[in-house]
Write a protein that binds this ligand. Structure first.
Ligand code: AMP
Ligand code: ZN
Length: 479
């Protein structure tokens, strides 16, 4: 089956395969680390994660980069407000972001480049653009991109930027431009930049890179000149992504990204998220209210990424119940069913049908809500079949049902998060470790070495070391 994705660049659903046939190179615009990310941001990042897992299920290698924007107006203002150096302000926020990712079961991205680690390359990039006649310095030492010299500008957004409607994140002090449409590549240093140490030398004088340039240079530096997929929230399509294309293709002469995917913004209790409405929640806010991480994850993937998604407390409670039903199914299949070679409960057929619908949903432009529907139909039917068989099933069909559940969860990540739980006491630790060992065994049986290694790492994170022996896997703590 072919994965089909809606490509914002062509405004149509297209069949996707990696450009080189094996490795998918994906770049997603990451968080600006000036405040703790909110659940709206995490809708977008969970979509990144969902795509990541779908691409792996399709059997491709994936190289996934997501940047941290650690130098821009917001991070600089934040550092100045707290009276600390830029890096001392952003580094702890980056750590918190990684923790929130972990809480929600977002898999590690292969690379998380920081803008401040790549400023030299950004300066060189501007020199390339200047040599190509696409960039010009202004008197104050800033450098701008000359849109009139790049005729393809506007292909992604349809917005040729000949007015200034819809322009966001553009400084009011950019009065030195030749043309109102032009955007900044290099910003001449201001006092506040000096105050927090956000100043680098350049041929045009001291300054710092523009936000748009950061993503062009970071993505190309990590993944090469043509990306397979570029991701971001819908608000980034214009001007950010349009500008990324101009800067990248202007310098390389090659297509920058083959597919562009944009996630629709999350709403909260039916409204746009905003500080003034008091509906901006972080993951921690929801944990503090007692909502389990797997419920948050479930709610955030309950609608396909291009569909409206409304985050409500009652929805979250419904998600918690859905996750509980899944955990109960997992428990039933692993600990309660009586293995009986004489019984045919029909589980293997249900597993096959469920996986077929599940995969069809993934292929249909990452339709996560349909994928969840396939899983819950499976849940209901397996429970019904087991009720009818008196809780008995033949070993091979039981194995097929367990494997189908595990395979679907490798994409959805719900049991993965729910079964991880906080491990407070020894008893809980012991059952969690046993569960992880069982999952690892399954992963190894299905030759999913990546997953098996992940589980080993998750155990290692809690100081648990595994030892594979002829009698099975043993574990100990503290080594
Ligand atoms: P920022 O930290 O503001 O740079 O945003 C990080 C990512 O979150 C970007 O891809 C944004 O498009 C995305 N984003 C911001 N607000 C929302 C929202 N309400 N729903 C979904 N994604 C969002
Ligand atoms: Zn970006």
């Amino acid at each position: 089956m072919t994965l089909k994705l809606y490509n914002s660049l062509t405004r149509s659903v297209e069949a996707f395969a990696p450009g080189d046939g094996t490795t998918v190179r994906v770049y997603g615009c990451g968080p600006t680390i000036y405040a703790r990310a909110h659940i709206g941001n995490f809708r977008t990042f969970i979509v990144y994660d969902f795509l990541h897992r779908v691409l792996e299920r399709k059997g491709w290698d994936v190289r996934f980069a997501v940047n941290f924007t650690d130098v821009d107006d917001k991070t600089i203002d934040g550092a100045a407000r707290e009276g600390v150096a830029l890096n001392d302000f952003t580094a702890p926020l980056g750590e918190v972001f990684l923790q929130d990712m972990e809480t929600l079961g977002i898999k590690h991205f292969d690379v998380i480049p920081l803008a401040t680690d790549h400023v030299e390359e950004m300066v060189q990039w501007i020199q390339r653009l200047e040599a190509a006649g696409l960039a010009y310095p202004a008197e104050d030492g800033s450098v701008y991109f000359r849109i009139s010299a790049f005729p393809k500008y506007g292909r992604l957004s349809g917005n040729r930027a000949d007015g200034d409607s819809g322009r966001s994140r553009i400084d009011a002090d950019e009065y030195e431009k030749d043309d109102v449409r032009d955007f900044v590549l290099w910003k001449a240093a201001k006092d506040v930049d000096r105050q927090v140490g956000a100043v680098w030398e350049s041929p045009w004088g001291p300054g710092r890179p523009g936000w748009h340039l950061e993503c062009s240079v970071l993505s190309i530096s990590c993944l090469g000149e043509t990306l397979d997929i570029h991701l971001g929230g819908e608000d980034l399509l214009f001007p950010h992504h349009e500008n990324e294309i101009a800067q990248s293709e202007g310098a390389t002469g090659r297509p920058f990204a083959r597919f562009w995917l944009h996630t629709k913004h999350l709403r909260v209790e039916g409204r746009k998220m905003s500080k003034s409405l008091g509906n901006v929640f972080t993951v921690q806010d929801l944990l503090d209210k007692g909502h389990p991480p797997a419920a948050i994850r479930h709610l955030l993937i309950s609608a396909q990424y291009r569909k409206e998604l409304n985050f409500t407390e009652s929805g979250l409670e419904g998600s918690a119940r859905a996750v509980e039903r899944l955990v109960a199914l997992h428990r039933r299949l692993h600990h309660e069913v009586i293995e009986d070679g004489g019984t045919e409960a029909g589980l293997a057929g249900l597993a096959e049908t469920a996986l077929a619908s599940f995969d069809a949903a993934l292929d249909d432009d990452l339709n996560s809500s349909e994928a969840l529907a396939a899983l819950f139909v499976f849940l209901k039917e397996v429970n019904g079949a087991l009720d009818r068989s008196g809780g008995r099933a033949a070993p091979d069909e039981l194995e097929a049902a367990r494997e189908a559940l595990a395979a679907m969860d490798r994409v959805l990540g719900l049991l993965e998060v729910a079964l991880r739980m906080d491990v407070d006491d020894d008893q809980e630790l012991a059952s969690w470790v046993e569960e992880m060992i069982a999952q690892r065994k399954e992963a190894r049986a299905s030759k999913d070495w990546g997953r098996a290694d992940e589980i080993r790492d998750a155990l290692a994170d809690r100081g648990v070391v595994l030892e594979d022996t002829a009698q099975g896997t043993r574990w100990k703590q503290g080594a």
